[in-house]
Ligand binder design. Structure first.
Ligand code: AMP
Length: 543
């Protein structure tokens, strides 16, 4: 075999961190304070975990589930499991119990590593878990009461195990390394398998200067949960590059604590969905934080409103980078960086670009396809089409799922996202195919409308949904959460007027309802399904 056929496996990341960055730090939040150790310690514990899992009977191709916060033990599983030839199934702890049971059984998980905080979740369903042979509780405590049969503590599993592991030499890069389920519009979640090769190439890509540029100099705080598409691949990139990692643990649900963590650990790079950053704006307005170490915040998972990008930069001097991707693409497919010659453009023109989802990542292929004709849409920045993707880290099926055939067609992954493509190559996501409003045969982008509403000073959050309409099939309805101090002031007419000045008249929602909060999905995105069903008769009742 030529050396150029060298297999791209996750082990290459693990070994590099051990060899070149043994003194670099991993800081992991615990209720008792920051737990700090190094990549040398990390390596030893990864080996011990691999021995412990092998002792529990985990072998090549077996699936090990994790239900855990972003913490050092979860990180150890990220490496021990795939490097020994098994597969890490990162489970979303916000799933309803029936989905939890489905995905664990469907993936035939053999061992389940669970953070103590999530024990009640597992205890509530364990009799229905048909394949799990062993439960391992991730805790600092010496003793934990649990009903889980034969449960063992994580530290007990590691204790006394050798701190070297004979990693399999014959691991093929095409073997599965990770598994992640993504919610479906209806029915059970759908699983996506990541091979070693996909994870390695994706991590290499997010280290490129023109994408996210993860580097040794970075102090990286992944705020995307590690159950959600490998926290966008950031832990892999950080370990590979030897960046200091800050893992927020259960503090993930406490925005002021996250703010302090960024300040105290001198975080340079962090990543999360827009709802998190919208919430953080309110926290930052109240707390006096020194966030000057932050070189950039990566925002993705849902559209980053331009107003939010501008506020971060102008008010707090924090740079935002807008990125786009999905579970099926490990996840990164696009990153928005303005081109060098755009530096001469007006500020307004540059922000217009910055709010787009950006350019295709090097290594991938894309089409933007007219859903009726099947032809590529013109790169005119106006015509909407569905984004199709293919490439070395894009899935070509769902894990043992007959729904695959609807989504993966002739070698392309049909994303279900509707976008425009401009003459510079930047895509702008207008909607999900299932969210776009079809009014009298024309499409209206709910994303454009809600981002405009969120630019109003009196608005905290807003979502726009298509509601059945007797005359136009569907019409947009705006659901708006006013800022706390604007509850008595903000009116539906003000919202409609604001939109009327920015969009064609027929785009303006026929009505605006004020709500206490926009419901969120298990990955903290706006849950439009819930709004659509809550207001399903808004335009038909009493009319
Ligand atoms: P998930 O698989 O849960 O990560 O969700 C992926 C979906 O989130 C994509 O297919 C898009 O619909 C949406 N999404 C991700 N990033 C963005 C973004 N920057 N702008 C708009 N939508 C996004």
């Amino acid at each position: 075999m030529s050396t150029m056929d060298y297999q791209l496996t996750i082990r290459t990341m693990l070994e590099r961190a051990r060899r070149f960055f043994p003194r670099k730090e991993i800081a992991s939040w615990t209720p008792a304070g920051m737990f700090r150790h190094t990549y040398a310690d990390h390596y030893r514990r990864v080996c011990q975990l691999a021995h412990g899992l092998a002792a529990l009977g985990v072998g090549r191709g077996d699936k090990v589930a994790t239900i855990a916060w972003n913490n050092h033990r979860h990180l150890e599983a990220y490496f021990a499991v795939p490097c020994m030839g098994a597969v890490t199934h990162t489970v979303n702890f916000r799933l309803p119990p029936e989905h939890l049971v489905y995905i664990i059984n469907h993936a035939e998980n053999k061992v389940l590593l669970v953070d103590e905080d999530f024990l009640p979740l597992v205890e509530a369903v364990y009799p229905k878990l048909t394949t799990v042979k062993a439960y391992v509780i991730m805790t600092d405590k010496d003793h934990v009461e649990t009903r889980l049969p034969g449960a063992i503590r994580y530290e007990e599993l590691l204790a006394g195990q050798p701190d070297q592991y004979p990693w399999p030499e014959d691991l093929n890069e095409k073997e599965p390394a990770g598994l992640c389920f993504t919610s479906a519009t209806t029915g059970n979640p759908k699983g996506v398998v990541y091979t070693h090769r996909a994870i390695v190439l994706h991590a290499m890509t997010i280290c490129m200067a023109d994408t996210i540029g993860v580097s040794e100099k970075d102090v990286l705080l992944p705020l995307v949960p590690m159950f959600h598409v490998n926290a966008w691949g950031t832990p892999f990139a950080a370990v590979w590059m030897g960046s200091k990692l800050v893992l927020p643990g259960a503090a993930l649900r406490d925005l002021p604590a996250i703010g302090r963590m960024c300040q105290d650990e001198r975080v340079t790079l962090t990543a999360a969905v827009p709802t998190m950053w919208l919430g953080m704006l309110q926290v930052m307005a109240k707390m006096d934080l020194d966030l000057s170490s932050l070189r950039e915040i990566i925002v993705g998972g849902a559209a980053a409103p331009r107003s939010m990008i501008e506020t971060y930069e102008k008010r707090f001097d924090i740079q935002i980078c807008h990125a786009y991707g999905m579970t099926e693409a490990a996840p990164l497919s696009h990153v928005c960086r303005v081109k060098s010659y755009m530096a001469d453009w007006s500020e307004d023109a540059r922000y217009t670009v910055r709010a787009k989802q950006g350019l295709l990542a090097p290594g991938l292929e894309m089409r933007v396809v007219d859903q009726i004709t099947g032809a590529d849409v013109p790169a005119d920045g106006r015509t909407m089409g569905e984004i199709w993707l293919r490439g070395p880290w894009v899935a070509d099926e769902y894990y043992r799922d007959e729904r695959s055939a609807q989504t993966f067609v002739e070698g392309w992954y049909r994303t279900g996202d509707v976008a425009t493509l401009d003459d510079e190559g930047y895509i702008n996501i207008m909607d999900r195919t299932k969210d776009v409003v079809k009014s009298g045969g024309e499409w209206i982008s709910t994303v454009e409308l809600e981002n405009a509403i969120m630019a109003m000073a009196d608005v905290a959050e807003a979502a726009v949904v298509g509601i059945a309409h007797p005359r136009w099939d569907e019409r947009p309805l705006a659901c708006v959460v006013p800022r706390a101090d604007a509850r008595d002031r903000l009116t539906a007419a003000a919202v409609r007027d604001f939109l009327g000045n920015r969009f064609p008249r027929w785009w303006v929602p026929d009505d605006v309802v004020f709500v206490d909060e926009i419901p969120k999905t298990s990955t903290m995105k706006f849950d439009k399904k819930v709004l659509r069903s809550r207001f399903s008769e808004h335009y038909t009742a009493n009319r």
